[in-house]
Design a protein around this ligand. Structure first.
Ligand code: ACO
Length: 402
């Protein structure tokens, strides 16, 4: 096999590819995307089938171990995840150091990074059982940490996880229960959240997964690498878009104002973009957005019956998809366009939207991290640069500078 890297090395050549638009950074067996056809497969299974027939923890098993579990493997996995859902009591003191008005994503970056300090007995990255235990810990504790990050900002006591509840149910319980008051978990809400987690579970080499791989490539432990991924996901061009979509829809306010915002999105002198539209890989309708759109309509029909933001979103999509600019650039709604509407219907505050994305994506990051660590060809990720600064010049003493 001809290895172009050896030739480049010999000739001291490299490619200039800002944003890595044409550069594959790794080989992977986890997720396949065909952006032109709108196909998404986890370990070969179509997202539509997993969304309809599976559940989040089964999908986590599939993504992490590579195959669907047998009944026995599934039960054991669920048991292990449930029994790792508590966090070290020291986290209570740790979280108390944050300001109450901190964004929950800021708290998430800190808390997940701090897992390296609380669980350093599983940070030997060369040890396969440490790799597995730290993966279980991250997956199991992330809903607990996520709910804590919310409870802290609203000044309510933390609610402990319950082992009799499912993964999504437990998160809703820890978010909304208050001590000494029974909290009824609506099965429709739990099902909707579980489905959303499945749809967010992995998406191959996006910015945050690449960040996790790059951070981990130096030998950093998985908690530190996952924390780097959370920081990356937070940005409005990535996971933060779900929050930005809701702010945009609220700003649009009514269907009459849509043309004005469409015109702004097309104006190259205006930095405004239609949030929740466009994707680096999909040049077709994002298959996740299709499923989420249908779910948003179902949820609204079963709850309020009418949601002004959903109405604006659907009208906006209709207008954008018939507009020359969006057609030519192949800009379609992405996974973030309708997810915020569902979160709002479930009573989830806007500041928690990207936190829920973290909960879904954690398994993808962990699987990507482990695949990278176990790759016999692993090298530290170290992009080159095209230097455009000054040529070498002599130092000028301060009293001679103009
Ligand atoms: N609104 C208006 N124009 C857009 C949009 C948009 N949402 N997205 C892309 N374009 C235009 C660009 O201006 C560019 O135009 P040009 O060819 O005239 O320069 C062209 O479409 C291609 O866009 P790029 O920015 O080169 O595409 P890229 O792959 O770099 O970016 C991205 C993809 C970041 C998702 C972009 O579409 C965007 O900013 N969308 C809005 C934010 C968003 O929804 N992010 C969530 C993505 S999904 C996720 O992370 C889970």
């Amino acid at each position: 096999v001809f290895d172009i890297r050896q030739l480049y090395k010999k000739m001291n050549l490299f490619t200039y590819d800002p944003g890595y638009k044409s550069t594959a950074s790794c080989e992977s067996k986890i997720t396949y995307i065909d952006g032109d056809e709108g196909i998404l497969l986890y370990r070969g299974y179509p997202i539509e089938q997993l969304a309809e027939k599976s559940n989040f923890l089964e999908v986590c098993y599939l993504i992490f171990y590579g195959e669907l579990p047998t009944q026995e493997q599934y039960e054991e996995f669920v048991y292990v995840i449930k029994h790792h859902s508590m966090v070290h009591e020291g986290f209570r003191d740790f979280i108390n150091g944050f300001r109450r008005d901190a964004h929950p994503m800021a708290i998430m970056v800190g808390m997940v990074g701090a897992m390296s300090a609380f669980y350093h007995d599983s940070t030997d990255i060369t040890n396969p059982s440490h790799q597995e235990i730290s993966a279980h810990r991250l997956l199991a504790k992330i809903p607990t940490i996520a709910a804590m990050s919310y409870k802290y900002t609203i000044g309510q006591p933390f609610i402990y996880p319950r082992n009799d509840l499912g993964y999504a149910e437990n998160f809703l319980h820890m978010m909304y229960a208050v001590p000494a008051e029974p909290y009824h978990i609506d099965p429709l809400y739990a099902k909707a959240l579980d489905l959303i987690l499945i749809l967010h579970a992995d998406h191959e080499q996006n910015a945050s997964a690449s960040t996790v791989r790059l951070a981990g490539s130096s030998g950093a432990n998985p908690f530190a690498a996952a924390s780097a991924g959370i920081g990356c996901l937070w940005g409005a061009a990535h996971g933060g878009a779900n929050e930005a979509v809701i702010r945009m829809l609220e700003k649009i306010g009514s269907a009459n104002h849509i043309p004005e915002f469409i015109a702004r999105a097309k104006d190259k002198d205006d930095s405004f973009r239609l949030m929740g539209f466009g994707h680096r890989v999909y040049k077709h309708y994002d298959p996740r957005a299709k499923i989420i759109r249908k779910m948003a309509i179902d949820i609204i029909n079963k709850t309020s019956g009418n949601d002004p933001l959903l109405n604006i979103a659907m009208k906006l999509e209709e207008i954008a998809l018939t507009d020359e600019y969006f057609i030519e650039k192949k800009l379609y709604p992405n996974v973030d366009f309708y997810s915020g509407i569902i979160y709002k219907a479930l009573g989830i505050p806007t500041s928690m939207f990207t936190v829920i994305f973290v909960m879904g994506r954690m398994i993808g990051w962990i699987a990507q991290w482990r695949e990278m660590i176990q790759d016999p060809e692993r090298v530290i990720g170290r992009p080159r640069q095209n230097y455009i600064g000054h040529a070498s010049r002599d130092f000028v003493p301060i009293d001679e500078r103009k």
